[in-house]
Design a protein around this ligand. Sequence first.
Ligand SMILES: Cc1ncc(COP(=O)(O)O)c(C=O)c1O
Length: 386
Amino acid sequence: MTTTEHLARQEELLALDPQAQLPLDLDSDSLDTPALLIDLDVMESNIVSMADLAKRRGMTLRPHAKSHKSTFIADLQLSNGATGLCLATVGEAEVMWRHGIQDLLLAFPVVGQAKLRRLRPLLDAGALTVVTDSLDVAEGYSALARSVGCQLPVLIEIDSGMHRVGVLPESAGALAAEVDKLPGLQVRGILTHAGQSHQAVDQQGIERVARDEVRAMQRAREALEGQGIQVDIVSAGSTVTTPYLSADDGITEVRPGTYVFNDLRTLSRYSCTPDQLALSMLATVVSRAPGRATLNAGSKSITTARTDEHGHGHLVNRPSSGFRLLSEEHAVLGLATEDEDLQVGQRVRILPIHSCVWMDLQAEVYGTRGGQIVRRIRVDAMRRSL
Ligand SMILES: Cc1ncc(COP(=O)(O)O)c(C=O)c1O
């Protein structure tokens, strides 16, 4: 560790006293709040079930690590059936690479020298696959691969209905042919993310999104093969759509991320059951009035993510009280009569709407078993958005 890193770490405020002995009760004075907790039994079971599902369906599993940003959790996924990791940023890829993970897919178009040059060591080691939906982005990859003197595997990103990035399936063949001609690049296949599944109103709607995802990938594969390009990798599937995909559809790999913890969004998308929610925020009541309790976890810890069904989250064991207002450090709860027992100083747990953004805001989170903290977990790639 450099001196600067050492100083930065010393100054980092952690919810759990660095000297605390584990295991530790959740009401201990050595634990401050807000503190982010992971139920380890639930997380481990989620990791194993998704690996089993992918295996049964004949697809390889490449979890999206942006959901946890932690090398400890990445190792658990890799030792339980995952073949590699998917990342969203160069910073996340660097963290996982330095940790020793050798098979990384950066599923985001990398634009600009400031980012591209940081990928050199990963290219040099043959650890990286990248994506593109344009010749412009591919030209940047090609210049980098030539300067390193390697062949860089590339996937063509397909728009299967989310309209965020990606080319339409019919245009994928022509682009792939151009990209494949660029020195230093080898097109290995196609990738898509059908994030519009979160807008589906019911379970049939989600299945329809998954069928659209499959059809888009089948059309894109035909378009590439029509240009004489061999398609080895067909990468699709999120937490929401993976249960509807299989190798029989031509999907070779799935990239779910949120499944590792799940959250209230994926619960309302029928992707998990309440006992598969692994993450919760421990917060403290700091103010009380009739019908109102205010917590010390505002938008800077639980974010402003909300759903119509759950508001900004759900209080464990207190389903009738809900979030009335959120400011940066305060969360104001509207209390149901049965929750009037809450007192200043009491701790409550909140379930997340969107677990990935909660993880991104924490330097360290706490693994629990049987209601006690048993492990500190560093979020090594916290805030690595660059
Ligand atoms: C490109 C890509 N792949 C996979 C995923 C994983 O999706 P989820 O977290 O819903 O499983 C995401 C999430 O946004 C993504 O952007």
